[in-house]
Design a protein around this ligand. Structure first.
Ligand code: GLN
Length: 480
């Protein structure tokens, strides 16, 4: 079962010539053909491309070329990333058939290392959602229980890794989209500091919150991929020239004496008692490993969902303006069944037909929140409260090294359970959205289980201190 190997193990196997890159790639292709009919993680598969890439890598191995850690490792990529020459839909009908002419920076970086791209995976439409149920390509089912959602928006990424249909996945997190599906599927999800990884070539949802990260089988694998995709990019002005750590090396460091805070506001009514118990269990374990556990307060947490669901739609309403039926994707001008009488008609009809309900809902809310009479009351107020939420984190991080908290209020919910009630769906983000508002990094680590479904804990760190949360997570998993 080559497709069960971690990145590190597969790398070692390729070096030792235990198997070829073509065999490794074929094991994933076989698994996708076997399982994805039921799971529906992939929107587009690129098997021919993958096989060709694998052949090239085998040639390089034969010639004795030194392999980098990601060389020859098969990956799935969330469908809001641009991969040159491969359809990118962002889960939307409006981009069906859109073929980007360039690579996202993160994609380019792994491609330059010789990554094998298996295909593009499902997401809620333009990453707006928490279950992949807003995708125009159907829901991605949870590999551990096909009646349940895989989470979202990066449900395709999490499901593909959890079911061994990809070694790792590149994904995005604006309010929880990496951590929540990782938690639902029992895999590792890393949301990085805002600006740590370039957003260039990834379709924007809410630009002041969007981050690019990873879903992997192990924390070691997260460390490996982050090292390769992090850093300054001249095409994204929000990536500072902060040193990229050797995350893999740092995993071996000590966690004795680290101060870890438990924020009391994250243990609210509505949190599944099993999840609460599990987080406290994890904290106890860290204490036994020499960490100091401290009760802390992030007093403005209760405003986070309200603030997030003003700021995100406001930025969405602006970011979605580019899908106008002229520049990319679906247009009434190419549709025999739609007659547009004038330019305005092309805009409105293309957008009405191309966008799904959740995107339209956010465009309307955002346009309203930004409109002349309401800007001060909604958008400006939300931005002021966002500053207070961020300050909560700044204050607490003066005294502690990391926080431990739940990822989600509950385990993976059933398909269809929340689709009629957007507010219920928004509450999925209660423990993840504040972290995006503050811009700090956070890791969802599989830990424990209930009723055969995985549980997860969230380890939140200081700006650009991914190394510490990865190290804590790894120790929590009993690994060096
Ligand atoms: N569920 C959240 C939302 O719908 C988060 C999405 C994300 O992180 N992309 O906005």
């Amino acid at each position: 079962m080559l497709n069960k190997l971690t990145i590190k193990e597969a790398h070692q196997g390729l070096i030792n010539k235990d198997f070829s890159c073509q065999e490794l790639t074929e094991s994933y292709i076989k698994e996708i053909k076997r399982k994805d009919k039921d799971i529906n993680a992939f929107i587009t598969t690129t098997f021919d491309l993958a096989k060709k890439q694998a052949e090239n890598i085998d040639e390089k191995i034969k010639q004795g070329e030194k392999l980098k850690l990601l060389t020859g490792i098969p990956v799935s990529i969330k469908d809001c990333f641009c991969v040159k020459g491969v359809q990118a839909t962002a889960g939307s009908n409006i981009l069906r058939g859109y073929i980007p002419p360039f690579n996202a920076t993160s994609v380019k970086k792994i491609k330059d290392q010789g990554a094998i791209i298996l295909g593009k995976v499902n997401t809620d439409e333009f990453t707006m959602g928490a279950s992949t149920e807003t995708s125009a390509f159907g829901v991605t089912k949870n590999p551990l229980d096909l009646k349940r959602v895989s989470g979202g928006s990066s449900g395709g990424s999490a499901a593909s890794v959890a079911s061994a249909m990809a070694s790792y996945s590149l994904a995005t997190d604006t309010g929880g989209s990496i951590r929540q599906p990782a938690a639902f599927c029992g895999v590792v999800g890393l949301k990085v500091t805002y600006g740590r990884v370039s957003r260039y070539g990834v379709m924007s949802m809410a630009s002041s919150l969007d981050t690019i990260g990873t879903i992997t089988k192990t924390i070691e694998d997260s460390a490996i991929v982050l090292k390769e995709i992090a850093g300054y990019d001249k095409y994204d002005s929000t990536t500072p020239k902060v040193k990229v750590d050797d995350y893999l090396d740092e995993l071996r460091g000590n966690i004795k004496g680290l101060k870890i805070g438990i924020p009391k506001e994250y243990f609210v009514k509505g949190l599944n008692p099993k999840i609460k118990e599990n987080v406290l269990e994890a904290a106890k374990k860290l204490e036994s490993l020499g960490c100091e556990i401290i009760d802390v307060s992030l007093p403005h947490t209760k405003y986070a969902i309200a603030v997030y669901y003003i700021i995100v739609p406001s930025e969405v309403s602006s970011n979605m303006a580019r899908y106008d039926g002229i520049r990319y994707g679906y247009s009434t001008t190419n549709d025999k069944n739609e007659i547009a009488k004038n330019l305005m008609d092309v805009y409105t009809k293309s957008r009405a037909k191309g966008f799904g309900d959740e995107v339209k809902r956010r465009i309307m809310i955002g346009t309203y929140a930004l409109s002349a009479g309401y800007y001060d009351a909604y958008y400006k107020k939300a931005m002021q409260v966002r500053t207070l939420i961020k300050k909560d984190f700044d204050d607490v991080f003066e005294k502690i090294d990391a926080l431990i908290a739940p990822v989600t209020p509950n385990i993976a919910f059933k398909i269809g359970e929340k689709t009629d009630d957007p507010l219920q769906m928004y509450l999925e983000d209660i423990f993840t959205a504040p972290i995006n508002l503050a811009g700090v990094p956070s890791l969802a680590v599989p830990f424990g289980e209930t009723k055969k479904m995985p549980l997860s804990v969230q380890i939140i760190g200081k700006h650009f201190d991914e190394k510490t949360i990865l190290k804590i997570g790894n120790k929590l998993k009993n690994l060096v």
